[in-house]
Design a protein around this ligand. Sequence first.
Ligand SMILES: *Cc1c(COP(=O)(O)O)cnc(C)c1O
Length: 815
Amino acid sequence: MKVLNKDELRHSIEEYLKILYRKEVSEASRMQIYQALSYSIKDVIIDQWMSTHRAFEEKDVKTVYYLSMEFLLGRALGNNIISLKLDKVVNTVLEEIGIKLEDIEEEEPDPALGNGGLGRLAACFLDSLSTLGYAAVGCGIRYKYGMFKQVIENGFQIEVPDDWLKNGYPFEMKQDDLSVIVKFGGYVRITKDELGREKYIQENYSSVRAVPYDLPIVGYGNHIVNTLRIWDAEATNHFNLDSFDKGDYQKAVEDQNLARSICEVLYPNDSHYAGKELRLKQQYFFVSASIQRAVLKYMEKHEDIHKLPEKVVFQMNDTHPSVTVAELMRILLDDYNLSWEEAWEITTHSCAYTNHTIMSEALEKWPIDLFSKLLPRIYQLIEEINRRFLMNIKVQYNGDPNKIEKMAIIYNGHIRMANLAIVGSFSVNGVAELHTDILKKQQLRDFYEMTPDKFNNKTNGITQRRFLLHGNPLLSSFVTSRIGDKWITNLQHMKNLEEFAKDPKSQREFMEIKYQNKVRLAEYIKLHNGPEIDPNSIFDVQVKRLHEYKRQLLNIMHVMYLYEELKKNPNMDIVPRTFIFGAKASAGYHRAKAIIKLINSVGDVINNDKSINNKIKVVFIENYRVSNAEMIFAAADVSEQISTASKEASGTGNMKFMLNGALTLGTLDGANVEIAEEVGVENTFIFGLTADEVIHYELHGGYNPREIYDHDMGVQSIMKHMIEGYYDPINHDAFQDIYNSLLDSYQLDRADQYFILKDFRSYVEAQRKVQEAYKDKSWWAKTAILNVANCGKFSSDRTIEEYVKDIWKLEKVTL
Ligand SMILES: *Cc1c(COP(=O)(O)O)cnc(C)c1O
């Protein structure tokens, strides 16, 4: 069934309502119409999916396997409709039925199979790969519970499980016949085969069956549909009473439990490694399944395993999938009987690694005993990879113990996954120019000196299809009415908007659109436990994961400062401002959760203080995720990108704000540097220490925040109010730890590790400039339009073209 016109779509929706729910259109709930519409859309996709697959097979094109623990997809229905260019037809039919597409879209759960930026990047990359016509398979895990739903109670974050599959997910397809077995534990027995070669056989292991579920990734208007393959685990031996008699009852129960636990839940940590055994099981589970399938598929059409790198490339999104290197070696050695040299040659020409952070708490390292018990054969292989690599160091550096300390894969009782990924890959990339420079000069300096050609930069990007075309229809029409619609698939065309930046009519229209988007967000906030806010105020927005390095604390301390100034001087010259926050904190990250509580407590006091005449408001938007993010970016005037310089590898939120015409208030960190370069630093508000300065302080043991506290009465006052119950007479104990983190050194932490007090005055000054600039509406509108006009570089289409040219070497397919 292929939906083409409005009558066929209407008929299809009616049929699905009948088949699925025994309902007529007039009796159906929104949820049921969402399901019926989604199945109807899926029918159109299926045909394109199959023809794409056929074309890739016929042309025998090279495929990138993008391995990622996270894919933060956001809702599919609206985007699929846009990509298929069915929006007009769908809207007409829904109008007949008497319902709005936006309301139907609201019924779809966000498949939140990711934490934040890293997972969202993977989703943007898949969108671009399809739209650009490259063969790609996303490989991940079908978590039963994705990122938790955040509820704010009494100002505190409460985590609620996200049961995204409870009504079924219309766009997924289970592929039972493509399942594979993944083995854990046991031991390795060594025997000889008939040719006298050593064979390694894993015995007495536990196993699970990995079952793939495929989700379509629809290219924009080009009939290309790639696959996101997420794996679920099922028990291998279906439990029967037989096994009880055979004495392996215990084993059967264990396998059952293993299968149940592996895909149960996404760990809610962002840029933080917790060392949990289940997490390692998840990693090996999806990597082994994905690599086994990829090799099997290659061998269906090709004879010579040695030529695998001509047709297949594995891109590892951070170190989470870095067992790929050893798993591919295992398959080549144990299943295909290759020599070590042959297998290593193939592996190191198929694997590539993306580094996402320089922060030490994110570096994955597994204790040898845990790792070798869970993955005995993989551990043997890593030992051998390490042994041979250390021999190279011996030759090249005379066994320099410094080099061994920095670069060994196994060191101090641990396996260092980043080192495994680097040694096993032909490409290592950072995600913004500044980040890649820091990798080369600091964190990965020794590797860089040993193999400089491996290292390269790929500045992150975002898809304009979701974050402008879908998320901001008014601004999309504004742009298209002026420069045509080529920007949808080539964001560099935005440059043509520059000539309208100074045009008064365009400026007025732009500001009116921003106003409408602010009204839309204000309504959303009101509907979701938030206060009433004024769309005429400046919308100053910081939305991203809650992390100390991202410095939401700096932002809220500036709000406290403004409030206290305003209390002292009620006639102060101030442009009304709404400070908007949205952030989830990892469930075990207590200080981050205290910062959420502080933001909410400050908000409660300020929002209810009649004496300040609504001049400032503070909003914490509950449950920040892709679906409400789209609306938030569209409504933002100011984009807060205030991480401690050197800590944010790239950031992608910063790009989504720019695309929607918000002005960046930020440090020279990550991709902010490139944003300022593209739009001109005079069209941003840059403040604070530079990365070099931060690194310099760090190398010299930090700085002394007490000096600032003692001399800056503004800082001293807000710090005192924080712990004395000014913002929360009951729960202010929660803030003592925040206070201490700024002023007291602990054994492990330096005081004010993230330079909040150090950057405070510079931030206050930048905020003052924002306010002054906003008074000049024409300047603001011009600058906002210039931001949109110069965002071309930050499309994930550009990023993907660079990966293709420098790393993956894929061929473009047109249908
Ligand atoms: C883009 C995005 C992020 C990443 O934001 P940063 O500001 O780069 O940390 C996180 N979460 C969601 C829902 C996003 O859309």
